[in-house]
Design a protein around this ligand. Sequence first.
Ligand code: R5P
Length: 309
Amino acid sequence: MARRASSASTRKRRRPESALVVLPGNEAFAARLARRLRLRAQRVEIHTFPDGESRARLPATSGYRDTIVLATLARPNECIMPLLLAAGALRDHGARRLTLVAPYLAYMRQDRAFRPGEGVSARHFARLLSQHFDALVTIDPHLHRISALDQVFSIPARVLHAAPAIADWIATQVRRPVIVGPDSESAQWVRQVAALAAVPYVVLDKVRRGDRRVRIRLPAGGDWLQRTPVLVDDIIASAGTMIEAVRSLRAAGTAAPVCVGVHALLAGDAVQGLARAGIAQLATCNSIPHPSNAIDLAPLVAAALPLPR
Ligand code: R5P
């Protein structure tokens, strides 16, 4: 009895020190996360002055000692300055430990200098975040030539995986699926999703020819062509990759493919392009808010918090 009372009072003592602070645009994910963490989601107000400068204002003046900061990093150039100003305001108001929860981590695809004179943006972006936060939690960052976040981050960085949530969604929503990876980089996600959903998979061959132009080749035909293709990729940006994969699949005679993306960047007319290519459905995870969000990753993030020190 005495033991129970003391652990209950420990919980009571710890809770006021934990805060969940949310950058604008992350409200839907924040509400789900807050419910699971039993914290109140506190929205940072970002004011933009006529000259384009911003100002961050916290909703309270104290209670931020140990704070989770939720900010997905789609459109990173717009997001980063408000995020850094919010981190500064939190430090000004007593924050000792700031854990950045960035369900989507930007800039990871520029993981080497592809042409002479280019910088390795992944490294520079990671260095910047490491200077302002004490820990990072993210979901399926684009790890390819950089194989682990600790190669570029100097703070503890925890990587979570959407594969179990995606596999559950496919298993309940798609009849006789075959998981299709549009390129070799997607093989890591596709293999895992297929194993969890206990269904076959294939990986296509992609050559990128420009920001939006890719060429895709299918492996030799087989029984899988009779199944419903479920294209799975970590990022759908211009959707050029998915669109070309859909075209190749349709040309080979498959049923209309379902497209699943972890991170729905969906720039410009990506959604219309997918519809024109003839997809059956677009289903994305909610790491980036979008009307196609069908797979909730808030439980995954909640289960990882607080990070062990
Ligand atoms: C790159 O290898 C990624 O995994 C995605 O395939 C890529 O970022 C998708 O970009 P887009 O939608 O512009 O083709």
